[in-house]
Design a protein around this ligand. Sequence first.
Ligand code: AMP
Length: 540
Amino acid sequence: MQGLMQDVPLNLPTLVRHAERLHPRKTVTTKTADGVKTATFVEVIDRSRRLATALRELGVNDDERVATLCWNHQEHLEAYIAVPCMGAVLHTLNLRLFPDDIAYIVQHADDKVVIVDRSLWPLWEKVAPKVTSVRQVIVVGDVPGPKIPGTHDYEELIARVEPMDYALDLPERQAAAMCYTSGTTGHPKGVVYSHRSNVLHSLALSLVDCFALAETDVAILIVPMFHANAWGLPYACLMTGADIVYPGRFMVPDVLAGLIAERRVTCAGGVPTILQAMLASLMKVKAQLGALDRLLCGGSALPEALQQAYRKELGIHVLHAWGMTETSPLGTLCRPTSALRNAGDEDVSRLRASQGRPLFGIEIRIVGDSGLELPWDGRSVGELQARGNWVASSYYNDDSSPEKFKDGWLCTGDVATIDAHGYMRIADRTKDLVKSGGEWISSIAIEGLIMAHPDVAEAAVIAVAHPKWDERPLACVVAKPEAKGRLTKGQIIEHLRPHIAKWWLPDDVVFVDQIPKTSVGKFDKKVLRGQFKDHVLPTE
Ligand code: AMP
């Protein structure tokens, strides 16, 4: 039909040009060994344009993968801009994986160039002999040291070239970035983000009913830039003009809290283990947290007790969100709607612990064992499925998991309920379920309750084999230092008893020094299950 709107592609060069024109003097600050370094958006984007030219001169063609093995810092952001905007694909490597896993991922993605922090060189040295695809290595001097033979120095490389003009007509469906997820069985799987999905995701993050990212914000970007597209926050900050603060390689609670106080940070995001670790440090600088307004928490279930602690101790609401590497990652986010205006504190607090409602751009549903969609009644439990503008349609070069993508829906492997208002609540992951006598028990619900006990630091619930019921729950509990040796199994069970059905009560409670964590800070139940696979439950 004639008279239609213009067909401007939703691509990152357009987003970056907007940032350059409208937010030139907004800043990117990175923690360094002896303080911080700061650059403006214009400087960062100019440096990214030079990096793009240098990469082109090194032979990087359209669609080829450029990997990063870096902490969260300015140069990593420059790669986040340069690589997609020149038409290549940014592949962020998880620096917490074992060298063999990183090597598998580099080979599978066919990475041609790798940008490595000098501080991570010892790790790369273990990966390099196992990969054949990489032609060039660029080293970012995040720590001082001599030039590494056979590599390019990042600063030297970008100093001697002219900035590249990014093509504003880059097709929006072109690949922009990729991330591997170990969330499924077998080898890690590659998720490929497009320019369009990144731009739409940035717009969604900025909605007032979402994370409400704005020009007036100062955001500290703690989520590793190798995990799930850094939650899309770097691009959203560039788009909105929010100042960016990076912790560099100093991912230490006291340092993070110090940066939040000194830089007058207004918003941050992180997995629950980070928020848990940061609480005590934030308390120490409480008087200087006047600007801090909201925290985004996802990646695993946010315990209600932690959320309440933030509200009571610091007056800060933690926004609970759910997502996956495959969903860019934001899928749902929890804010009370107007319908809950008159609800009591307890109801609102319970609701805030849910994973929230889907954002526009994402559809969710729950599906029962029969394959039929289940009602949104807050009770029916089924597998969560999602589809939308920034949801993966398949894995990169891997068709070993057809069960993940069915009829245009991503089968998440999460088990959830959805209530009449659209609030989704994750009960478990399919593989973490405790199936007792054919009925499921929500390990997440029990964990959340145990972590509300004042003497408990962390808790994870796993299934243990049982002769009669197939599986029964075992609670693995970390006591707070002051309660070690004092806290008892009986106290945990009595604490749970008023809140859950009798048959949900764990058959046993074991006290452990720590809950093992995955490379992105989530409870690693695989390891726990291995540790306790021969655990004999008490017979009574
Ligand atoms: P990843 O792709 O590594 O980020 O892992 C995604 C998975 O993390 C999801 O499928 C969920 O199992 C889990 N997850 C993410 N956010 C939440 C949340 N808010 N509550 C419970 N589980 C979550």
